[in-house]
Design a protein around this ligand. Structure first.
Ligand code: FES
Length: 154
């Protein structure tokens, strides 16, 4: 859906800012927000561009950098950290061949660290796009990554 159509879905007020940004980012090919998006959204909800930028940089779910088809977000907040999120992050870096914040050469995955995903009971946890995965182990990660790679080959 184009940006204009997304904007029309919402009343032009700042309470809708997060929803609007989320929808636009989701609709963009590289799962990110462009400079043009920030400006247009700011105009629409009548706030400054820097305020919109502040929101975008505060929430780790938003990005102003083009990302891969699937965004892998590893929770690095304390409860997950205690359960080994460092190992999980390290394993994913190796499995995908990227550093935190980078996108794989085939543009299939972007790896990012994230704050609490709200599923601490199944720590360590990660999200791929909208899907949550908990109680992670290297074996489980292999299976999950394989599933996503398979989906994109078929
Ligand atoms: S701390 Fe990781 S999901 Fe809450």
């Amino acid at each position: 859906m184009a940006r204009e159509q997304i904007l029309k879905k919402y009343e032009p007020n700042r309470e809708n800012l997060l929803y609007i940004l989320h929808d636009i980012q989701d609709a963009n090919e590289g799962k990110y927000l462009t400079e043009e998006d920030l400006k247009e959204v700011a105009k629409y909800v009548n706030v400054s561009r820097s305020e919109v930028m502040g929101v975008v940089t505060f929430y780790t779910m938003f990005s102003v950098k083009e990302r891969g088809k699937h965004v892998v977000r590893v929770c690095v907040s304390p409860p997950c950290q205690m359960m080994g999120s460092d190992t999980i992050m390290g394993y994913l870096k190796k499995a995908l061949g990227v550093k935190d914040g980078q996108t794989t050469n085939d543009k299939l995955f972007t790896l990012e660290s994230a704050a609490c995903l709200g599923v601490c009971a199944v720590a360590p946890a990660m999200m791929i796009d909208e899907e949550v995965y908990g109680n992670l182990t290297p074996e489980k990660i292999d299976e999950i990554i394989k599933k996503y790679r398979g989906k994109n080959n078929g």
